[in-house]
Design a protein around this ligand. Structure first.
Ligand code: GTP
Ligand code: MG
Length: 194
C-alpha cells in the first residue's frame, strides 16, 4: 500500500450528509487533543494534511482522506469541556451515526493519551466498540512525553483501567519521534490484504 498516495477527500459536519461508503474505511477516534490528526499525518508522511492544533476541538467535522484504495476518517474529538450543549449533541449525532452506520468500517484506531488514565469518555468509547463488535486497536499517544519508569507504571495501570484490556492490542506511539508508526502501517496493510 502506498501511504504517500494520500489526499484530502471531503468533510462532513452532519451524519445525514455522509454518503454510503464505497471503499473500506479506517477511523481514528479519541478525545480532543489526544493526537488523532498528528497520527494521520505521521502515517502518511505529511506535515499538515490533517490540521493539527494545540487548541483542543480543532477537528469538528469527520474528515475523510483518500489513501490509496481506502479512506481514513479523522473523527472529531470528544470530551472538550468548553463546548456548548448543542455542539455536543451535534458531535454525538455525527460520530454515533457514523460508527453505528452500516459501513465498510474495517478498523478503528482508538487513541488514548499514554500519560493519563483513560477518561470516562475513553472507556465509554471502548465499551461501545466492544459492544458493537467493531474491530479496534488502542493507540497510546504522546509516548515521547513519558520516562521509561512512567511508561511501565501507566502500562500496568491500564490493565485495570481499560475494559477487557488483556484482549486488546495496544500500540505505544509518538507522532514526535515516529515510535509505533511502522506497527500501525503494518496493521493497515494487513487489513487491505484481507
Ligand atoms: P482535535 O482535532 O481537537 O480532536 O485534536 P487531535 O486529536 O486531532 O490532536 P492534534 O493532532 O491536533 O494534536 C493536539 C496537540 O498535541 C498538538 O499540539 C500536537 O502537536 C500535540 N501532539 C500530538 N501528538 C503528539 C505526540 O506524539 N507527542 C507530542 N509531544 N505531542 C503531540
Ligand atoms: Mg484533529
Amino acid at each position: 500500500m502506498n501511504f504517500n498516495k494520500a489526499e484530502f477527500y471531503t468533510s462532513y459536519g452532519l451524519f445525514s450528509q455522509i454518503p454510503k461508503s464505497e471503499k473500506a474505511e479506517i477511523a481514528f477516534s479519541g478525545r480532543s487533543n489526544v493526537g488523532k490528526s498528528s497520527l494521520i499525518n505521521k502515517i502518511l508522511n505529511r506535515k499538515s494534511l490533517a490540521r493539527v492544533s494545540s487548541m483542543p476541538g480543532k477537528t469538528v467535522t469527520i474528515n475523510f482522506y483518500s489513501v490509496d484504495n481506502i479512506y481514513f476518517a479523522d473523527l472529531p474529538g470528544y470530551g472538550y469541556a468548553k463546548v456548548s450543549k448543542s455542539e455536543k449533541q451535534r458531535w454525538a449525532g455525527l460520530v454515533e451515526g457514523y460508527l453505528a452506520d452500516d459501513r465498510n468500517l474495517t478498523l478503528v484506531f482508538q487513541l488514548v493519551d499514554f500519560r493519563h488514565p483513560p477518561t470516562a469518555d475513553d472507556v465509554m468509547m471502548i465499551n461501545f466498540l466492544i459492544d458493537n463488535g467493531i474491530p479496534f486497536v488502542v493507540v497510546l499517544t504522546k509516548a515521547d512525553k513519558l520516562s521509561k519508569k512512567e511508561r511501565a507504571a501507566r502500562r500496568e495501570s491500564l490493565m485495570n483501567e481499560i475494559p477487557c484490556a488483556e484482549d486488546i492490542h495496544m500500540i505505544e506511539f509518538s507522532a514526535m519521534n515516529g515510535e509505533g508508526v511502522e506497527e500501525i502501517r503494518e496493521i493497515i496493510e494487513d487489513i487491505e490484504q484481507e
